[in-house]
Design a protein around this ligand. Sequence first.
Ligand SMILES: C[S@@+](CC[C@H](N)C(=O)[O-])C[C@H]1O[C@@H](n2cnc3c(N)ncnc32)[C@H](O)[C@@H]1O
Length: 284
Amino acid sequence: MIRISMCFRIVASILFVVICFGVSFCYGAEAGKLYVLGMGPSDPDLTAPRAILILEKADILLCSSRMQEKFRKYIDPQKVAFNPWEGIHGEEAAKLRKSDYDKWLQRVEKRKKKIFDFVMDAIGQKKTVVMLDGGDPCVYGPSLYWLLKGFDHQYLEVIPGIGAFNAASAALKRPMTGKNTRFVMLTSPDSLFGKYYEKDDGILKSLSRYETTMVFYMALSSTDKLVERFSKYYPSDLPLAIVYYAGYSEKEKVLRSRLGSILDDLKKIDEKWMGLLIIGNAVK
Ligand SMILES: C[S@@+](CC[C@H](N)C(=O)[O-])C[C@H]1O[C@@H](n2cnc3c(N)ncnc32)[C@H](O)[C@@H]1O
């Protein structure tokens, strides 16, 4: 009896040591990784705790000065390596993108390479690198789309964020899916009609047969063209809403309108970027 219990104790102790060693090995020797963090639509109070935790623990941060300022409470400035968007975003870059798209694309490729080399080197040193993205990184998020296209998934983790769509729907206090709504479509004028509205609008004709909630990102600078296209297939009382600065406690603003009157309503508003356009009966 005594022998069995002795034997049991020895085996249990060995097992315990092995498990402890295994666990500490897994955590201690954790490989480096790149995290793309969805930082939410507005201020840190709408950012997922998981993203904040990873941000605080990360070794190296890649973010714009705007993001750094917004999340300053959680960011050690010493950890910020550089702004991955330098030369790609901002006033000068936007002008270049308009005047010479190919040249702008070359800049993106250069940047992509710089980031790839930098991140892989850090990962080789078992560091965690984070890139901060607004809203949700998988919905028109520029990091995954432009800079990390083709990045090896084994070194990458994406943390979801509340997107502009979630915050805007909440501001409208309406369900975006519903009894008669067949589907919700997330898109942008570029995606649906082409960069210069060069694609034909047959797709809109087809869509007009179904009750749909249509969500347009990056649409405020071309609402006139959008309205022109919609007016061919939809009645002038088609409901539209624009939610500006969705999720910002001080700045959020909702504009409800109709297809026939939206352009007049917009004459009083200057904002051309921070607004989500939602079209369909759901926003009535
Ligand atoms: C490059 S996309 C980024 C979208 C982001 N990844 C997301 O999930 O919300 C930028 C566009 O998203 C929309 N957007 C982003 N944040 C917003 C906010 N807080 N309120 C309204 N629209 C917003 C605007 O249409 C803006 O032009």
